[in-house]
Design a protein around this ligand. Structure first.
Ligand SMILES: [Zn+2]
Length: 486
C-alpha cells in the first residue's frame, strides 16, 4: 500500500475511512468489470457502491480485536461447561434433540452463508463494500465453528451427532436446509446477498439466536447459549448493515426494484419453510418452556418486518407476496411438523416423543382455539399408541416438495412412491413453492433430483441408535443412569 497513515492526530472517522473504503485502487491491467463481475450480472444497474456508508462499519483491525475478545469469553464458558460435566445439569435428555437439529441443519447453512458471502465480497468492486461483506462472511464461518465446538461436548454423550455433515447432505429431514443452502450457493452474487442479509437474517437468524438460545440457558445448557449469544451480537451488525444495503441496491436505479422485490419474495418464503424446524424445537423439544413458536414469530419476525416494510414503502418495496399465508400458517406449522416426525420416527437422526398432559395444556394455552380442536386429539392418540406398544412404524420416505424439500401435506400415505416419481410429477407444498420453481425450473429440477439421489444414500451403521422414540432410547437410559434415576 503506497498510502501513508498517521496514527496520531487523525480523527477516528477519517482513519476508519482510510482503512476501509480508502484501500480502493483502480485496475490498470484488466478492465474492472472483468474482475468484479457482480456489478454487471443479474440485470441490476449498479451506479455507485461508494454511496454506502453503513451505520456499523468496522476496520479489519477493529473487527479482529472485537471478535477475538468475544471468542476468549465464549471459550471460557464452553470449556468450563465441558470440564464440569455440564451435560448432567441440563433439564432433560430430550432437550439434546433440539441441539441435533441445530447441528445437522443450521450449522451447515451458516457455513454455506459464509461461502456465499465470501464469493459476493470477491466479485464486488468497491473496497468498503467488500470489507463489510467479508466481515459478515467471516461471522457466518465463526457461527458455524462455534456451534460445532459448543455441541461437540454433547456428541461425546448422546447419539445422533456423529455424522452431522452426512446427515445434512443425505437425510430427507435435512433436505429443506440442504436445498436452501444449494439454492443460496447457486444464486447470483446479488441475489444471495439479498437472501442472506434480508431473509436469512430476519427470519432464521433472529428466532434461532435470540429466543432459542435464551431457552438453551433456561434448560441448563450454557455452552450452546454462550455460542448463541456471541453470534447474536454479530447478527445486530448484519441486521443494520444488511437492510441498508438492500435499500442501496434499490436506490441505484428504478429498474432494480422488480428484481430485488422478486428476491425478497422468494427468500422470505424459503426462510419461512426452513423455520418450521425451529418451530418444533421451540414448541416440542424444550423441557423448560418460555415462549411458544407463535410468540417467537410475532415478536421477532412478524412485528419487526411489518415496521421494516412500512419504512421500505418509500423505496417502493412491498410486503412479500406470501406474507399473509406465512403469518397464518404459524398457528399450526409446529404441530403438523411434529406429528409428521413422529410418524417417521424410526428413520430420523434424532428422537421424538408424545408430549405429556402438562405439555399439551401449555400448548393449548399458547394456541387457543386451534390446538385443542385440531392437534391435541392426534397427540393424545399418539401417546395412547406408544403406551400400548403400537407406536407408528413407517419405513417409507415422504414425498418432498419440488422447491422447499419439506414433505408435501396430504402425501404421507404415498407409501412406496419414490422421490423420482415425485420429481416427474413435481409435487409442491403450495402455490408459493410452485411459483419459485416456475421462475427457474431447470435449477430447481436439478436440486430436487440431487436431493432424491442423496436421500438414497445409506447412513453409517452407527446410526442405529439415533432414531426412534425417545422413551427407552440409549440417550434416555444413559441420562437416567447418570443422574441415579434408574
Ligand atoms: Zn414447498
Amino acid at each position: 500500500m503506497d498510502m501513508s497513515l498517521k496514527s496520531s492526530g487523525t480523527r477516528s472517522e477519517q482513519r476508519d475511512e482510510t482503512l476501509n473504503a480508502g484501500l480502493q485502487w483502480e485496475m490498470t491491467f484488466h478492465p474492472s468489470s472483468s474482475v468484479f463481475v457482480a456489478q454487471d450480472s443479474e440485470g441490476l444497474v449498479i451506479r455507485n457502491l461508494q454511496e454506502w456508508q453503513p451505520a456499523l462499519r468496522n476496520t479489519v483491525m477493529a473487527y479482529w480485536h472485537f471478535q477475538g475478545g468475544k471468542d476468549k469469553r465464549l471459550y471460557a464458558v464452553t470449556d468450563a461447561f465441558s470440564q464440569n460435566n455440564g451435560q448432567l445439569g441440563i433439564s432433560d435428555a430430550r432437550y439434546v434433540n433440539a441441539l441435533k437439529i441445530v447441528l445437522q441443519a443450521f450449522s451447515p447453512v451458516e457455513y454455506c452463508a459464509h461461502k456465499s458471502l465470501i464469493r459476493v465480497a470477491r466479485v464486488s468492486g468497491d473496497c468498503g463494500w467488500q470489507t463489510d461483506i467479508l466481515q459478515q462472511a467471516v461471522d457466518h464461518l465463526r457461527h458455524s465453528q462455534i456451534e460445532v465446538h459448543a455441541l461437540s461436548h454433547f456428541n461425546k454423550y448422546f447419539n445422533g451427532m456423529h455424522s452431522y455433515v452426512e446427515t445434512f447432505d443425505h437425510h430427507w429431514l435435512m433436505a429443506v436446509a440442504k436445498s436452501y443452502a444449494d439454492d443460496l450457493l447457486s444464486a447470483g452474487p446479488l441475489e444471495s446477498l439479498v437472501a442472506v442479509c434480508f431473509a436469512y437474517t430476519q427470519v432464521i437468524g433472529k428466532v434461532l439466536y435470540v429466543p432459542f438460545m435464551s431457552a438453551a440457558a433456561d434448560n441448563g445448557d450454557m455452552s450452546t447459549a454462550a455460542a448463541g449469544f456471541t453470534a447474536a451480537s454479530d447478527k445486530v451488525r448484519h441486521h443494520c448493515n444488511g437492510l441498508e444495503l438492500i435499500g442501496l441496491l434499490v436506490q441505484q436505479d428504478p429498474a432494480n426494484l422488480p428484481k430485488v422485490q422478486a428476491w425478497i419474495d422468494k427468500w422470505f418464503w424459503r426462510s419461512v419453510r426452513l423455520s418450521s424446524l425451529i418451530a418444533i424445537m421451540q414448541d416440542y423439544m424444550l423441557p423448560v418452556r418460555t415462549q411458544s413458536w407463535k410468540e417467537c414469530w410475532l415478536t421477532y419476525v412478524q412485528h419487526p418486518l411489518q415496521q421494516l416494510f412500512t419504512q421500505w414503502a418509500a423505496l417502493g418495496i412491498q410486503m412479500p407476496a406470501s406474507w399473509q399465508h406465512a403469518c397464518e400458517m404459524q398457528e399450526h406449522v409446529s404441530h403438523q411438523t411434529w406429528l409428521r416426525l413422529c410418524r417417521y420416527n424410526i428413520q430420523l437422526p434424532l428422537h421424538v416423543w408424545a408430549p405429556g398432559e402438562a405439555e399439551l395444556n401449555w400448548l393449548s394455552s399458547k394456541y387457543p382455539g386451534s390446538f385443542d380442536a385440531m392437534f391435541r386429539p392426534h397427540l393424545q392418540g399418539l401417546a395412547h399408541q406408544i403406551h400400548h406398544a403400537r407406536a407408528p412404524v413407517d419405513h417409507s420416505s415422504p414425498v418432498l416438495c419440488g422447491t422447499c424439500q419439506l414433505p408435501v401435506p396430504g402425501m404421507d400415505h404415498a407409501g412406496t412412491q419414490s422421490g423420482s416419481a415425485a420429481l416427474q410429477d413435481r409435487y409442491f407444498c403450495g402455490l408459493h413453492c410452485q411459483g419459485i420453481f416456475n421462475t427457474e425450473p431447470q435449477k430447481h429440477s436439478a436440486q430436487a433430483r440431487r436431493s432424491a439421489a442423496l436421500a438414497a444414500w445409506r447412513m453409517p451403521d452407527t446410526a442405529g441408535n439415533d432414531g426412534g422414540l425417545f422413551g427407552g432410547s440409549q440417550d434416555d437410559i444413559n441420562f437416567q443412569h447418570w443422574n441415579g434415576e434408574e
